[in-house]
Design a protein around this ligand. Structure first.
Ligand SMILES: [Zn+2]
Length: 111
């Protein structure tokens, strides 16, 4: 996997103290669902690999959703379950961190 992050996703990760490896982990083990032209990767407790002990820092990733471009290589945003994707995208319009277009497939995301 070779993920690229939008400015918005980078900002969200910094806010949430998530590393590249954390995001990659969610993409790899979370449940993937295609919807509205993007891929949602949702991490739940039940998808945690057995090797991750409950006190491991990775276990705190349960409840995290990564939104990827349809090509699966561009991270549009990252949020915690309970937060709404559309709210997050809306917020991105009001901050200087724009949701940018994917450099891989050139698909322009909600900007
Ligand atoms: Zn793409």
């Amino acid at each position: 996997m070779n993920l690229m992050f939008s400015d918005h996703a980078e900002w969200r990760c910094a806010q949430r103290n998530l590393s590249y490896a954390d995001v990659e982990f969610v993409c790899r083990y979370g449940k993937q669902r295609r919807n509205a032209g993007v891929i949602f990767c949702q991490m739940w407790d039940k998808y945690m690999p057995r090797y991750v002990p409950a006190n491991n820092r990775l276990s705190r990733l349960a409840g995290t959703t990564v939104v990827l471009c349809r090509c699966g290589q561009f991270v549009i945003t990252v949020y915690r379950n309970g937060e709404a994707f559309h709210e997050d995208i809306k917020k991105s319009k009001y901050c200087r961190h724009q949701v940018t277009s994917c450099p891989y497939c050139r698909q322009v995301q909600a900007a």
